[in-house]
Design a protein around this ligand. Structure first.
Ligand SMILES: [Zn+2]
Length: 428
């Protein structure tokens, strides 16, 4: 073995296991592996997980906050308008520099795979070229998957369809869409048909921004599932946001969710963004706007939580912390049982990895030794604390590490040093 991680807790509840690594792969996961590795790290009962995976992000707009101005209404539509103002001023070098800075942060946060949409509605395809270059640059340490995203509408923008095909020809991986932004519901359905057929012809995955509205009558998720089924794209299609499902009639949803399950369509909710952008036309009570995550999971639909935006026209916050994303998801969906909290952890790890079709992801023998050691004992504590990433490994090599989070107290009669961990029942 090249490396053994000693005394690890695993996300599935196994405790005090060792993880043996050789040639960049996991070779053994068992209690008390025999000694003999070149290096050992004692993680002392901390959680070791496969890395975080972000199934929905926008790397071309990330870290542009304030350029050329801030979003005053806080709405999706002002965000799109603001991005439209910024686009003519973008340069390939600036996009690249910001994207690389974000990827540095992602690595520090144990986030080693990102599916990023890239806007293809700029005829120069500046962002496409910049992010394809970034994808090659970061490949040794981060899997970047790109989605050709017609931000201004496939049919609504005169050149979007041609540009989307050009982007795919240059190497963008996944077919995107935005049916709720087309001029009519019929145009939205037509865009879904065109894009799914394009993906089927080229053997590509599909991931559309779909029904990102509070409109209870939006029907693009249904179109997406129906096209996935018709074209045999089971397990290859993802609907992102699906916020309209929050507001739909319950009877209609009782038919829609089984259709999604039958079609093998996955869902990505973006809790931080959904809770801030949706419900903006409401007085009180105000809707939350996140899609029906527990109900989708119960029906067997694969659901991930995505970051979506960090410091851009749509969202001023964010820090590449998928535990913060899961934390918000747990709150917005009221996923407070121990089982549901574990599902929320899966939503930013294994579920997202399945959506990206990542190779060799996980903790099984033979998987890539891409791992994160967290300052937490289990997924619950990791989400509760948004735990520090003590070690981040890629292919069995430590590519980031940090000191445990501790504070020094100056209080008479109290401990001098405290960390954030606090086991339930530890005070009698
Ligand atoms: Zn998005």
């Amino acid at each position: 073995m090249d490396l053994i991680l000693r005394h690890a807790n695993l996300p599935d509840g196994r405790r005090d296991h060792d993880i043996g690594i050789a040639a960049g792969r996991i070779q053994a996961v068992a209690p008390a592996l025999p000694a003999g590795a070149a290096q050992e790290i004692d993680v002392r009962g901390r959680l070791v997980s496969p890395p975080f995976v972000d199934a929905h992000f926008h790397l071309d707009s990330a870290l542009t906050l304030g350029q050329p101005r801030l979003n005053r209404s806080g709405t999706l539509l002002e965000g799109i308008a603001l991005w439209g103002e910024l686009k003519p001023e973008l340069t390939q070098a600036a996009i690249r520099e910001r994207a690389l800075a974000y990827c540095d942060l992602a690595v520090a946060q144990g986030l080693l795979a990102i599916r990023s949409h890239v806007d293809v509605c700029d005829d120069r395809l500046l962002a496409v070229d910049a992010l394809l270059e970034v994808k090659r640059d970061v490949a040794p340490y981060l899997d970047l998957q790109l989605v050709a995203f017609p931000q201004d509408g496939l049919l609504r923008s005169a050149t979007a369809q041609r540009n989307l095909v050009r982007a795919l020809d240059r190497g963008v991986d996944v077919v995107g869409g935005i049916p709720h932004f087309e001029r009519t519901m019929a145009d939205g359905a037509e865009s879904v048909r065109i894009l799914c057929e394009l993906a089927a012809e080229r053997g590509l995955l599909v991931d559309m921004h779909c029904d990102e509205s509070d409109d209870p009558h939006s029907r693009h998720v249904e179109s997406l599932a129906a096209q996935a089924h018709r074209l045999g794209l089971h397990g290859r299609v993802t609907g992102s946001h699906l916020t309209s499902m929050h507001s739909m009639d319950n009877y209609y949803v009782s038919k829609l969710i089984p259709l999604m399950a039958e079609s093998g369509v996955a869902a990505v909710a973006n809790p931080l963004i959904n809770i801030t952008l949706q419900g903006r036309h409401d007085s009180y009570p105000k809707r939350r706007g996140m899609t029906r995550v527990p109900e989708l999971l119960a029906a067997g639909v694969n659901v991930a939580f995505g970051q979506d935006c960090v410091m851009d026209p749509w969202y001023s916050f964010g820090s590449a912390d998928l535990l913060e994303v899961a934390h918000m998801g747990v709150h917005v969906a009221q996923m407070t049982s121990q089982d549901a909290i574990r599902q929320a952890f899966d939503a930013v790890t294994v579920n997202a990895a399945r959506i990206l079709h990542l190779d060799g992801y996980g903790l099984d023998v033979g998987c890539r030794a891409d791992l994160v050691v967290l300052q937490a004992a289990d997924p619950f504590e990791a989400i509760r604390l948004k735990a520090a990433r003590l070690f981040v490994l890629r292919g069995g090599k430590v590519i980031a590490h940090s000191e445990p989070r501790n504070s020094v107290l100056a209080l008479a009669g109290r401990p001098q040093r405290i960390g954030p961990e606090f086991a339930p029942g530890s005070i009698a």
